[in-house]
Design a binder for this molecule. Sequence first.
Ligand code: GLC
Ligand code: MG
Length: 431
Amino acid sequence: MNQSSGFNIMYRLNSSAQLMIVSDLDYTMVDHDDPENLALLKFNALWEAYYRHDSLLVFSTGRSPTIYKQLRKEKPILTPDITVLSVGTEIMYGESMVQDHEWEQYLDKKWNRNIVTEETAKFPELTLQPETEQRPHKVSFYVEKVQASKIMKALTECLEKRGLDVKITYSGSIALDVLPKGAGKGQALSYLLKKFQYYGKPPANTLVCGDSGNDAELFSVPDVYGVMVSNAQEELLQWHAENAGSNPNIIRASERCAAGIVQAIGNFGLGPNISPRDISDLPASKEQTFNPGLEVVKFYLFYERWKRAEVQKSELSLQKLRSVFYPPGIFIHPSGFEQHLNQYIDGLGASYGNKQGTNFRVWLDRVSLAQIGVDAWLVKFDKWELSGDTRERCLTTVLLSSKVEVPDGFRWMHVHQTWLDGSGKREQISE
Ligand code: GLC
Ligand code: MG
C-alpha cells in the first residue's frame, strides 16, 4: 500500500474509529426542502459533542469537487474526514482534500473515456450534464425515467463490445452516470475499509446513509449498518426490496434526511443519539464524566438562543454562566481586542435578543480535544456564525479546567479567537 496517497487521517485517531458514518449529501445529510437546515444543525451538534474526537465522518456524493465546494458554502455541513466525490471515482482526505491518486490509477483499468463519449453519442435520449460534472472516471447524463432501464442495458452491451468494463447508475429519477466497473460509492467504501484494516484500525461500526440510486451499493458492503432516509427515492427502495430486504442491519427511517441518520444511530445502538440541540437546559451539565466537546457545543447553543431570545432572560442563567467562566480569565477577540471573561459575559448579557426573529445560527466544526493535565483541557474548533446572508468562521481555542469546585465541575479559563478565510473578511453565501 502506497504511503504517499494522503491517508494521513490515521494520525488523528489513536485507535479504531468508534463509528464511521458514510453519508450521501443531497437529500440525505442535506435537506434542500428545509431552508433553516434544522435537522442538519442537530446532527452537527451531536457529532461535534460526542463523536468528532473518536469517530470518522465520510461524505460520499455524486457531486464533482466544484459543486461540492459550492454546497459547502451554501449549507452548514461539517468538515468530513474523508470526501468521496463524483460517485466514488474520487477520494480525498482531510480538510485540505488531498487526492488519493492510487484509487484513480486503479480505476483506469478497462476504462477509456473517449470510447464512452463516442458510444453514448449514439443515444439521442441522453442529454449531457454540465461540464463540471464530467470527470476523468465519470461521464454523466440526464435521461427520462421511462427510458432509463432500456438505455442502461443497451449502453452496457455497446461498451462491453468495445472492451470496456463499466458500471451505470441511475439516481434521482433523472441522472445517469457511466463509471468504470471498479468505481462507485460501495467500491470506494470497500477500498477505504481495506485501508483501515491494513493500518490495523478498522472502524468498530460503520453506518451508511443514502436516499437514491447511486447509494444502493453502499448498502451491499459487508458488515455495515445502513439507513435509507424516509424521503428515499423509489429506485433505492426498489433496489432494497429486490436485493437486501431481509438484512436486519438496513432500515428505512421514518425521519427525513439528517434526522433519519440520527434515528438510525439510536436504532442500532451505535452511541449517543440525542442532539444537544434537543436539550433545553443549557448550559448546566449532568454528564457523569466530563466531556469538554459537549461543554463547548452547549455554550455556543446557549449563545445562539440567548441572542435569538429563545431562552428566558433571567439573572439566574447569567449567574450560572458567570460561575462557569473564570472571571479574571482572558477572552481574546479575533480583532485582537482583549477583555476579562467577566466583561465578556457582561457583554453577552447585554446582547440578549439582538438576533431575535432573524436566521442567526451558530455551529461548531472540527472540535478537537487535548487533555493537557489531570484537570486541564485544550479545546480547539471552528465556530461558525450565520447572520443574514453572511457567515463568519472563527478558529477558537478554549482552555477548560475541570478542577475547580463550581456547580458544573469545570470552568472556562481562557478563550482565543482568530478569523479564518482572511482577517475579518465576511463570506458572502448568496450571489
Ligand atoms: C450528482 C452529480 C451528478 C450525478 C448525480 C447522480 O448530482 O452532480 O453528476 O449524475 O449526482 O449520481
Ligand atoms: Mg442523494
